[in-house]
Design a protein around this ligand. Sequence first.
Ligand SMILES: Cc1cc2nc3c(=O)[nH]c(=O)nc-3n(C[C@H](O)[C@H](O)[C@H](O)COP(=O)(O)OP(=O)(O)OC[C@H]3O[C@@H](n4cnc5c(N)ncnc54)[C@H](O)[C@@H]3O)c2cc1C
Length: 559
Amino acid sequence: MEHASGTHSIFNQTPPLTDYNLFASDTALQEAVRREGAGWATPELHEAGAELGACTLYEHARLANRVTPVLHNFNAQGERIDSIEFHPSWHALMRGIIGRGYHSSPWAPGETAPSGAHAARSGVHAARAAGYLMQAQIESGTLCPTTMTYGAIAAMRRDPALAREWVPRLLTREYDARDIRFEDKRGGLIGMGMTEKQGGSDVRANTTRAQRSTDGSYRLTGHKWFFSAPQCDAHLVLAQSGTGLSCFFMPRRLPDGTLNGIYIQRLKDKLGNRSNASSEVEFIDAWATLLGEEGRGIPTILEMGTFTRLDCCTGSAGMMRQAVVQSLHHAQHRKTFGSLLIEQPLMRSVLADLALESEAATALSLRLARAFDSELPGEIALRRALTSAAKFWVCKRGCELAAEAMEVLGGNGYTEELPLARMAREMPVNSIWEGSGNIMCLDVLRAFGRSNVTRDVVLHELSGARGNHPHYDAALERFAAGIDAGALNEAHARRFTQSFVTLMQAQLLMAGATGASSRAAAEAFCATRLGESGWGAVFGASDAQLDVNAILTRAWDRN
Ligand SMILES: Cc1cc2nc3c(=O)[nH]c(=O)nc-3n(C[C@H](O)[C@H](O)[C@H](O)COP(=O)(O)OP(=O)(O)OC[C@H]3O[C@@H](n4cnc5c(N)ncnc54)[C@H](O)[C@@H]3O)c2cc1C
């Protein structure tokens, strides 16, 4: 492509990557969807993939992050309004996500029974995860209220009043941004408030107090240091009440339409996730109702948190996929030293390694989502251990992958005109919020340490792939021996979690290795990730002999 300007011809610049189908061009995602019981969703995922690949959405994503939300505490008359003003592109993106149902689709009537039990249609969480993974390739700030609503519904359905009065309107696919009482709205969003100044991971340190009123409702006084999407119609919050830390349902507006006692102090000035408003708030006599048992606030809100942790993993997997696709597209167009980057052996090693990591993240996210589709004891045990493990590993790998992918694009990758710089800033937040890396690894230890069920379920799942690759067999033996020797200790929790996740990823890739290209990817993953010495400390540094051609062709099949 050559263009003339006043001073020079413009050539050897990569054309923009837009207007392609995110689903049709992603072989690994299509295979994972079928493997995890969501094949029935293929037509709607194709449709979503086409919509999401449109160039208008890339522009909305850029604008929503450039023109960031503004807090207005007061109106022209000096009355308190605590309202957030967003760029129209934010609203356009939100309309799309809600329209596709990623805030609630698995809970919709006809999809699942309470808590996901006896799914009327199997694979609903896996199908949603596939859509969410594509959505994450476009913009991530809007995922925050989306995932919080998805998770909150799981907890709210357990409360008969909320299940009756709130949940049905959360299931609609209408994005209603009006700041009015929920009773008059066509759809809604829910957030969560746990973190306080003195501690986020250790929420037992919360000082916000809840006072019971004579009618059984509560009044909360205190603060939250991080309170994302404060425009949501309600939040689940933690506060100390009579018998300990409890979970409360706190609407933004009271039934008479007036604002609840939630005062937004300011918005956070963040590295990334800039389209999304994250605030600091104070509660002064804020009205709320108890959700779950008094004193059992942590397990109640963690029911929500388990879903949002799944989405941290899936969201990072989505951004990884977009980073890989942008890298491959660039490498196919950019020439250096007389040939295309995609033809240069060292660049091919880097690209193949990135593609493997992305495919493994996709496979893992969808497998984890399937564990949410079932109430079989084995699946419950698996999701108990794998959710934290997958969140830890995929979100960490996503940070490294985004930085490497940015470099594939050279200087252009570092600029705001292309999405990779934004993604590199976006990746770390998935690792931090909803429980940061160490907290996730400590949770994995707890899951394995509590009973032998987790150990037995995980080893059973992993043993199915035995005999396919010598590195896999040896790594599985080391992993099993580590559990049996009681080697689970905090200092080595990251190492243990890494072994667990990479084995799970290898097992999934091998299970899906039914064709030549998927076999090449599975073989390469085992060769590079499971050797005793570990793989290269950076992408592209392995000395294993890989079928790079098959891996790259599989990774990017634009049609
Ligand atoms: C953009 C953004 C939006 C957010 N939105 C919300 C929101 O809407 N609602 C909400 O409730 N929270 C929100 N959070 C807060 C987030 O969940 C917390 O920041 C996070 O859980 C960590 O808590 P902390 O900041 O208090 O760090 P700390 O708890 O002080 O932890 C600091 C570090 O120490 C590590 N650590 C802690 N304990 C141990 C241990 N025992 N052993 C080893 N390492 C340990 C942690 O892994 C972490 O790396 C948001 C955060 C961000 C960045």
